[in-house]
Design a binder for this molecule. Structure first.
Ligand code: FES
Length: 107
């Protein structure tokens, strides 16, 4: 972990444009998605019934949960049917060919 709380978790070329990858960072299941050359990270636990997202579909910025089709925006974790449900988001950065995810200090 660097001084800003970012943890390296994947080589950048291992996440292709328009694809998703499940990683664990400090024990947390996180879904990485690359859209428009940018990497986004959300919790990989669907708030509906706990499925992981990586078997689902990524369409633009929207990931569709493979279990029952709930849709979330990978930029902000927002459920698409109501703004009352979100999944936690994690800041990501790419440096020196690696993807880093920031885990807040209290997590
Ligand atoms: S567990 Fe994701 S939609 Fe049901």
């Amino acid at each position: 972990m660097d001084k800003d709380g970012y943890v390296a978790c994947l080589k950048e070329p291992d996440l292709a444009e328009g694809k998703m990858k499940a990683v664990r960072v400090k024990g947390k299941p996180i879904l990485l998605a690359k859209v428009g050359g940018e990497v986004f990270g959300i919790s990989n636990v669907c708030p509906h019934a706990g499925c992981s997202f990586q078997g689902g579909i990524l369409s633009g910025y929207i990931v569709v949960c493979p279990c029952h089709g709930w849709k979330f925006d990978v930029r902000n974790g927002q459920y698409q049917e109501t703004n009352l449900v979100t999944v936690p988001c994690y800041l990501c950065k790419v440096e020196n060919g690696k993807i880093y995810v920031k885990i807040p200090k209290d997590q």
